[in-house]
Design a protein around this ligand. Sequence first.
Ligand code: GLU
Length: 417
Amino acid sequence: MGDEANPYESLKEQIDDAAVYLDADEGVIERLKNPERVLETNLTFERDDGSLETVRAYRSQFNGDRGPYKGGIRYHPGVTRDEVKALSGWMVYKCAVVDIPYGGGKGGIAVEPAEYSTDELERLTRGFATELRPLIGEDRDIPAPDVNTGQREMNWIKDTYETLENTTAPGVITGKALDSGGSEGRVEATGRSTMLAARETFDWLDRDVEDATVAVQGYGNAGSVAAALIDDLGASVVAVSDSGGGIYDPDGLDTRAVKDYKIETGAVSGYGDAESITNEELLTLDVDLLVPAALENAVDADLATDLEADVVVEAANGPLTPGADDVLTERGTWVVPDVFANAGGVTVSYFEWVQNRQRFHWTEARVNEELERVITGAFEEIVETYESENLPNLRTAAYVVALRRVVDAYEQGGNWP
Ligand code: GLU
């Protein structure tokens, strides 16, 4: 499973695939394939035993034509400069496809957070926030959670920034805990948009999502919420997995009980009477809907030839390589792209930022209603573009919609001499 595709090369290929349908200058497109700037820094922090450790960290500000840079911070040993560049670029097109007024950014620290104590993670996070301080700000660059980070890390970053700046600035970061200025519905938002994307797609294809069988790869914040909400639609989630392997039950899993089991034991494996399967077996199950919700490159061209699902809704960023995309387009598998399907996270981050700027708190019902409006509206635009312009697949349609918006914003800004 997974090839060595460089995610940054994948991003550029996706942009090129869409650029041919745009009436845009080659120089403008070239600009949109490169980050404006990337911070690379070595963070030294103290371990609990008093020793020092140095780790590599990045923040890429890819494009700010439509607003402040926006995007998460991940803690993972696989973090590299090119991965962060790609993820920041995907944020640009994600924010543009759902039409929220942001550019794109992303950050990461190359660490395995499970190996550190809470105190160590706090020192590391505050060290990163100190490095980021000159780059971030409510109107400049607004980080958020991503893989292996959440409310706790966001609260630390906000606190470090506010202390150093001697101000209050809750909108400097999103994904905070409710008492630190977070929004209702933010934790569930990525999974919720994944569910909405699946629902809208099945509806568009004239298929009943209630009759669908579903497999979910990855059971973190995106995958576990998506599984539960898709389950609530009446579909049958027959398989889920995490990095330790998967479980399968043809009669359908109790998605919330599996989540509780994972919180308790650290993995989904071993849950109830479900059969153990590998991640590769999960990805190639004969289901109606496959939701990759883990990391990049889960499905490469080779694995794509064995994929049996009719619809793939990408909850992760970049789970399919461009090679896999070509195979699936050829085979008529519907791929609902990451930049649209998982955009609920950043959309509710936007709502959180709006609430922070207004010092006002929305109800959960309002958040979810506004999110649904954004996601269903974006889906209509993607489908309309796909159909009227005869595009090869939904990913290219999403990029055409998004690139047009970014190109327009750039061109309308004019040139400095
Ligand atoms: N990390 C999430 C993503 O990849 C959310 C970003 C945000 O809320 O800014 O979309």
